[in-house]
Write a protein that binds this ligand. Structure first.
Ligand code: BTN
Length: 253
């Protein structure tokens, strides 16, 4: 199945019909010494995981993959990879949909089509003993192609629902090519070009949003993305708050 894929140089595919979670499989491989750019791709997951401990429903027909990276950077810099992934997904989805569909990136790393979530990203890492640098970084991506969950906090959609016709293999090839190109650019030029491009796809920039934190809810204007990737929220009293973790919604939700 995976053998026929056209992948960028250095990528090595591990295809599985079923797995608990591609992130867990990639972690096991990482701990066993697998090379950077090992890409785990499964047809279905029986223990798919989302951000903040949520489950990620994973029936066949959608894309579930995890890329093992060993970028040798600090955990803070490694977090920038989630913006790279969101950009690569946005470019992929946009190229596989009819012209004119509104594709956007919702902070920190979701991708939306016409305001509905089509993809989520789960970044996990192990920090090694060497000066706080990550030993491995796993970039897990779920992309709805054939189906999407109905009961979600944020409305969802899929590639086919939005008018695309590509299957998982074509989506993965396109995504891997975009990822490879952005990772190379990040390694050569740092986060600045990634941040600039992400801002062009940003959902809600300059508008009133709600941010749900673990224990609070804030409303304000999404005024900028700071140089580290934190969301800058301008509160009603004019003060600015840096958000490093949370869920973003339009202001009325
Ligand atoms: C989110 O939006 O909450 C992130 C969802 C991430 C889901 C993907 S599917 C492939 C990889 N394996 C997992 O268990 N999770 C990620």
């Amino acid at each position: 199945m995976g053998a026929a894929l056209d992948l960028p140089p250095g990528f090595a595919i591990r295809w599985l019909a079923e797995v608990d979670s591609t992130n867990d499989e990639a972690r096991r491989l990482a701990e066993a010494g697998a090379h950077a750019l090992t890409l785990v791709w499964a047809e279905r997951q029986n223990g798919g995981r989302g951000r903040r401990g949520r489950a990620w429903m994973s029936p066949p027909g959608n894309l579930y993959c995890s890329l093992l990276l060993r970028p040798g950077v600090t955990a803070a810099a490694a977090a920038e990879v989630s913006f790279i992934a969101a950009l690569a997904v946005a470019e992929t989805v946009s190229s596989l949909l009819p012209v004119g569909r509104n594709v956007s990136c919702k902070w920190p790393n979701d991708v939306l089509v016409e305001g509905r979530k089509i993809s989520g990203i789960l970044l996990e890492s192990r920090v090694g003993s060497s000066a706080g640098r990550v030993e491995w970084l796993i970039l897990g991506t779920g992309l709805n192609i054939a189906s999407f969950p109905q009961e979600t906090e944020y409305p969802a959609t899929s590639l086919h629902e939005a008018g695309g016709v590509a299957g998982a293999a074509e989506v993965l090839e396109t995504y891997a090519a975009r990822l490879s190109s952005w990772l190379a650019r990040w390694e050569a030029q740092g986060f600045a070009p990634v941040r600039q491009s992400w801002l062009r796809w940003a959902e809600g920039l300059g508008r009133r949003i709600t941010v749900r934190l673990a224990d609070a809810r804030l409303e304000g204007i999404f005024s900028a993305l700071d140089p580290s990737g934190a969301l800058v929220l301008e509160l009603a009293d004019g003060t600015r708050r840096l958000i490093t973790a949370g869920d973003v919604f339009p202001a009325d939700r």
